[in-house]
Design a protein around this ligand. Structure first.
Ligand code: IMP
Length: 521
């Protein structure tokens, strides 16, 4: 008998079983071992909304919300101030690494907090006593054509002039002082003006640069016409409610010196601290958490790393406002191989988030995020955010310079537990050794490798690619927001399925003689 087509959806109700598995059954029935992101898929749902309408708002910690779930890892080849500024502009957050002195780290936090889109807060400045030759050299080296001149040659000094390429162009004597040729009739903006007012002043004065000065005439920043022309707007930017400054995170270790480090970071305006350890369930971290909570009750604290409910319970009880999940899943990581310790990331994310979410503690899935699909799966398993090292490495916002090898443009990317990173540790920098409890080791036992990744361009293109991709992914699953994804995973509406080895083969590109994998335009 052929059934009536108009009864297809109601006929489905007569089936005792739905397609796929609910999330708990997926995890529980993986009795052969833990699950990685590649071991399962999410089944498609009904699309009744455009992908552009998918909301990616989420929580980083109990008190910090973000417009997108992306966090850059506190690694010395991933997050310094430039990455942190751009991650925050694009709706996520950067966590500044601590493989540097406390003062250097605090200065980076300060730069993120002081950043104003379109304003250059640390312009190259010269003094009136420098020479025309110096200006020519700086122009050749930096590519800029004009420099503000202050009495002491520094930002914060009294503005006395501006020197442009036009001033030096026909001046043959390289020994002449800048004071002899600089322009002293200046159009300036007052500290506190907004970008559109500055823009208007630039336009009406027909100048390329607008120095911004305080009431005493000291230089505080600069607006540049060229920057304004390529200036983007960042509607998703992560900002504090009160000050409207960009949000900034930073990592510290769990040794006694880290208390002093944190005091400097807080003085610089830090919003959230990540207590950085490969295994968060240690008495050192528990003590540190309790100290932070008593000393800085308003500061949000992300603790970790953890992969079990037992570890999570200890840190939640000690006051964690967020948890970081992952041990051994990072792209540069050899922890599971060397320590025999860790957990496949899919299982770790589900178990920890299932527990922590009951206490309102959001979790970050950290490590092993290699593509947009992995991000979706981490969030579907219960994570509120994903932390990325390798996926962001090689972008222009990461520290370090590009180099060429085999005709490819590359940047270094290394594990914080690599011998290279541990050797950088000094009396003032202890990120690597303290993360791996190796401060007193005479022979380092590496838990990470040091390598290189290809140039990925700027994150101002790459992160929007991740954002759009995630919106499309949620559209396919039929969930119009991350909140809805969580609700429908929890109530069993979103279904999952295991992927056999041949299913994984089938799901990748296959059967082609050659191809190029371009991820975005
Ligand atoms: P990725 O995004 O897969 O490259 O992983 C980055 C994550 O790996 C970081 O956020 C850390 O949690 C972790 N990690 C960083 N350095 C090391 C290391 O040397 N060994 C093991 N894990 C590391």
């Amino acid at each position: 008998m052929v059934l009536d087509a108009s009864s297809a959806t109601s006929h489905l109700q007569s089936y005792s079983k739905k397609d796929g598995l609910d999330v708990k059954t997926l995890i529980d029935s993986a009795n052969f071992g833990g699950l990685t992101y590649n071991d399962f898929l999410v089944l498609p749902g009904l699309i009744d909304f455009p992908s552009s309408k998918v909301g990616l708002d989420t929580k980083l910690t109990k008190k910090i919300s973000l417009r997108s779930p992306f966090v850059s890892s506190p690694m010395d080849t991933v997050t310094e101030e430039n990455m942190a500024i751009h991650m925050a502009l694009l709706g996520g957050i950067g966590i500044i690494h601590h493989n540097c002195s406390p003062d250097e780290q605090a200065e980076m936090v300060r730069k993120v907090k002081k950043y104003e889109n379109g304003f250059i807060n640390d312009p190259f400045v010269i003094s009136p006593n420098e020479t025309v030759g110096d200006v020519r050299n700086m122009k050749a080296e930096l590519g800029f054509t004009s420099f503000p001149v202050t009495e002491n040659g520094k930002i914060g000094g009294k503005l006395v002039g501006i020197v442009t390429s036009r001033d030096v162009q026909f001046h043959d004597n390289n020994d002449s002082k800048v004071s002899e040729i600089m322009t002293t009739e200046l159009i300036t903006g007052e500290k506190g003006i907004d970008l559109s007012e500055g823009n208007e002043l630039l336009r009406s004065s027909k100048k390329g640069k607008l120095p911004i000065v305080d009431a005493s005439g000291n230089l505080v920043s600069l607006i540049s016409l060229t920057d304004l022309q390529k200036n983007q707007s960042y509607p998703l930017a992560s900002k504090s409610f009160d000050s409207k400054q960009l949000l900034c995170g930073a990592a510290i270790g769990t040794v006694p010196n880290d208390r002093e480090r944190l005091e400097k970071l807080v003085a610089a305006g830090l919003d959230v601290v990540v207590v950085d350890s490969s295994n968060g369930s240690s008495i050192f971290q528990l003590d540190m958490l309790k100290w932070i909570k008593s000393k800085f009750p308003e500061l949000q604290v992300i603790a970790g790393n953890v992969v079990t409910r037992e570890q999570a319970a200890l840190l939640i009880e000690a006051g964690a406002d967020g948890l970081r999940i992952g041990m051994g899943s990072g792209s540069i990581c050899i922890t599971q191989e060397v320590m025999a310790c860790g957990r496949p990331q899919g299982t770790a994310v589900y178990n920890v988030t299932e527990f922590a979410n009951q206490f309102g503690v959001p979790c970050i899935a950290d490590g092993g995020i290699g593509n947009i699909g992995h991000i979706t799966k981490a969030l579907a398993l219960g994570a509120s955010c994903v932390m990325m090292g390798g996926l962001l490495a090689g972008t222009s916002e990461t520290p370090g310079s590009y180099f060429y090898s085999d005709g490819k443009r590359l940047k270094s990317y290394r594990g914080m537990g690599s011998v290279d990173a541990m050797q950088q540790t000094s009396t003032t920098a202890n990120a690597s050794t303290s993360r791996y409890f190796s401060e007193s080791d005479k022979v380092f036992v590496a838990q990470g490798v040091s390598g290189a990744v290809v140039d990925k361009g700027s994150i101002t293109k790459f992160v929007p690619y991740l954002y759009n991709g995630l919106q499309h992914s949620l559209q396919d699953i039929g969930t119009p927001s991350l909140d809805e994804l969580r609700t429908r995973v929890d109530n069993g509406e979103v279904r999952f399925e295991f992927r056999t080895a041949s299913a994984q083969f089938e799901g990748g590109v296959h059967g082609l003689h050659s191809y190029e994998k371009r991820l975005h335009n």
